[in-house]
Ligand binder design. Sequence first.
Ligand code: NAP
Length: 282
Amino acid sequence: MTTQTSSPQRIPLAGVIGSPVSHSKSPQLHRHWLKTYGIAGYYIPMDISSGDLATVLSTLPNMGFVGVNVTIPHKESVMQIADLITDRASLIGAANTLIFRKDGKIHADNTDGYGFIENLRINAPSWVPSSGPAAVLGAGGAARAVVASLIDAGVPEIRLSNRTRVRAEQLRADFGSRLVIYDWVQAGNMVDDAALLVNTTSLGMVGKGELRVPMDGLRAATVVTDLVYAPLKTALLATAEEAGCVTVDGLGMLLHQAVPAFERWFGKRPEVDRATRAAALR
Ligand code: NAP
């Protein structure tokens, strides 16, 4: 907990903490919204080592920071420092957003699941969560947010496959019997009658390996989304497009997860529109 001295004229500051942070698109995104809405505020990328995390978080509120986004490797460790944790962040076991409250308390939230569902709601309106199983590739931090949001949205069955099976089994232990685990070598079998297919692995991203899960069983009725957004059209999305599927890229999730944070920090709920996408891609 920190003590915050505040003055009504103080310019609100926010930013992203991680290491590295140079790749983050959040500065372009938040700066675009600050400019669009004429808000006198700043958003700053901050490369912070794990050893400095606690000191930095206790100091930022005194410098005028109203909150920060959190990225790798601090998403889990900030949970130990926060005074208040939302249920969804607690369930996921990681936070991507911190709000520095006026009473000095640090509030941790995870908006990745919100961003994931909102991206689908807007860009794949034909997808009805209760209509059938979802197939999820991967069991890392992002998968935890995705699975939590799919359960919350009412998906009846979530098929999950991860290279390291024990990680998928941990998700089943944490999230319950709606999850059905498939071996990584049989991941292709999950897609057959799935209403939704989600790649939460880093495969397909520039500089990473290719996603080699066979997609022979993919039907046009399956909505396919990839959390990877560099490139925007991953090989998975290209294959899905060829199969006639509705596809949704990962950039929308990144944009939508930022909406609740910006609103809490700067008091304005921002729009995610074409200009927002263009700003994030700049
Ligand atoms: P993470 O916790 O490090 O998890 C990485 C996942 O990818 C694990 O399931 C891992 O499997 C799998 N993986 C990595 N290399 C693999 C390989 N060679 N073969 C098979 N599986 C492999 O990372 P994360 O935070 O979940 O992020 C995952 C991806 O989602 C990243 O590309 C990230 O940029 C993206 N993401 C996007 C958004 C968005 O807003 N669009 C938000 C969050 C994350 P193992 O468990 O076997 O290692």
